[in-house]
Design a protein around this ligand. Structure first.
Ligand code: GLN
Length: 453
């Protein structure tokens, strides 16, 4: 496209926190040896992928992009990364991200922001956010540094960065991918998933990430379907719901137009399109920004300067001083904000007013979706209310949180949801369309994604 210049300098994007070329090389050599010996190749034989720095990788620094974990080398491997290595993949590096996966722009990383490989046209050359929190993943794939990467999604962190960079990403049903060895943010919401250039690549990667794991108590005890082999762009007999509450005030006309274009593509693929209502949608964002920080404040209590990474200790200080000094120095501003919000909403005096109320809202949102499934099989919405914004543009945390308006409801309900590239805005920047499915219907989500792609 004449308006878009892709920056080719991989390093300039700051997509990786640590590069691990030897890991990828070992996988490539193993694949070569298997090929030479005439053996059947593993499904991801020799494929060099990027690993979000939220996944524990044995012997390789794992920081969640936080100073408090700097230098931490786990003595164990996350289940998801282990499955990928077992399938033959290798790791090119640990990808940059928002600190502890808190953010929508990758600007909260201790290791500096990631720069999107995209630029707006028309003389506006401001560096853009790659989305977040999986911003290293999205930038590295969009810049063609890796063919695929892992992401995690608590409230949109796979889907929104995919939309901002013109790639695909799927958050499976809560419980499909093991959370074991994934640095915890909000455990009732956290899900791993793949990001890649195509829907087919997402299906292949997801098959090699998902599966039951006895080490995660919320892991689903189900076989992994053959999503890739069953992929079909035909949506004959499928009903697609358009939730009217997602037509929010101030949404750019271009995103409205893209949404309509998406409807037409799905109709062309044989689907019937109906309008549906998800009446509690407007309460999803406030409920999420109570529940996620509440869980985060509890999960992050473990970073005490004793067990992992950083320890700040001056002579003559006691244990309490050491905790305080370590946490003050180790956590970034957004992480501290979440811990403060979380401990506040869980405090005895405010628990019922905020946390209990948010949990009730969560139930109502899940019921909205259950009700919608009596009228349709899948939902189509925009992924985000805007295209990628410029770095530094959203200094106000509330403005940043509002960018998650379309991704958070399906996270609260634990549903599978995917972002696929829909087209470009008039500045030449990618826009994403989101497909949300019933619990366990990753196949339906991927099929609709293929129909749009
Ligand atoms: N942007 C959301 C947040 O900051 C979602 C992040 C995520 O999905 N990890 O909480």
């Amino acid at each position: 496209d004449a308006f878009v210049v892709k920056v080719s300098k991989a390093k300039a994007l700051n997509a990786f926190i640590v590069e691990t070329p030897d890991h990828a090389l070992a996988a490539a050599k193993e694949a070569d040896a298997a090929r030479a010996a005439g053996e059947t190749l593993k499904p991801l034989a020799g494929v060099p992928i990027g690993m979000k720095d939220l996944f524990a990788t044995k012997g390789f620094q794992t920081t969640a992009a936080s100073h408090i974990l700097e230098g931490f080398k786990p003595v164990y491997e996350s289940t998801v990364s282990q499955r990928l290595w077992d399938a033959g993949a290798g790791m090119l590096g640990k990808l940059n991200m928002d600190q502890f996966a808190m953010g929508s722009s990758n600007e909260t990383s201790y290791f500096g922001n990631v720069i999107s490989p995209w630029r707006r046209g028309g003389g506006d050359n401001a560096p853009l956010a790659p989305g977040g929190s999986s911003g290293g993943s999205s930038a590295a794939i969009a810049a063609r540094i890796v063919p695929g990467a892992t992401g995690t999604d608590t409230g949109g962190s796979i889907r929104q960065p995919a939309a901002f960079t013109g790639i695909s990403g799927i958050k499976p049903t809560y419980g499909r991918c093991s959370r074991w060895g994934v640095v915890a943010f909000a455990s009732s919401l956290d899900q791993a998933g793949p990001m890649a250039r195509s829907v087919q690549d997402c299906a292949i990667l997801l098959e090699n990430m998902a599966g039951f794991d006895p080490k995660d108590s919320t892991s689903l005890e189900l076989a992994v379907p053959k999503w890739e082999a069953s992929l079909s762009g035909s949506l004959r007999g499928k009903k697609i719901g358009i939730p009217k509450e997602y037509r929010v005030d101030g949404m750019p006309a271009e995103i409205e137009a893209l949404w309509q274009q998406g409807v037409d593509w799905l109709k062309d693929a044989g689907a019937e399109v109906v309008e549906v209502s998800l009446p509690h949608t407007k309460y999803a964002l406030p409920a999420y920004y109570i529940i996620a920080p509440a869980e985060a404040s509890s999960n992050l209590a473990r970073y005490d300067g004793v067990r992992y990474g950083l320890r700040e200790l001056a002579e003559g200080q006691n244990l309490q001083d050491m905790y305080a000094a370590t946490r003050a120095a180790g956590f970034g501003e957004e992480v501290k904000r979440r811990i403060l919000i979380g401990t506040y909403v869980l405090s005895a005096g405010f628990y019922d007013a905020y946390y209990t109320q948010a949990q009730k809202v969560r139930t109502l949102i899940a019921r909205d979706f259950e009700n919608a499934w009596t009228y349709c099989d899948l939902l189509l919405t925009p992924t985000a209310p805007s295209a990628a914004f410029a770095l530094g543009d959203k200094g106000d945390p509330l403005a940043m949180y509002l960018n998650d308006v379309f991704t958070v409801p399906s996270s609260l309900a634990g549903l599978p949801a995917m972002s696929v590239p829909g087209g470009l805005d008039k500045g030449g920047l990618p826009l994403g369309l989101q497909i949300i499915g019933k619990p366990l219907d990753e196949q339906g989500v991927l099929d609709a994604g293929l129909a749009i792609e």
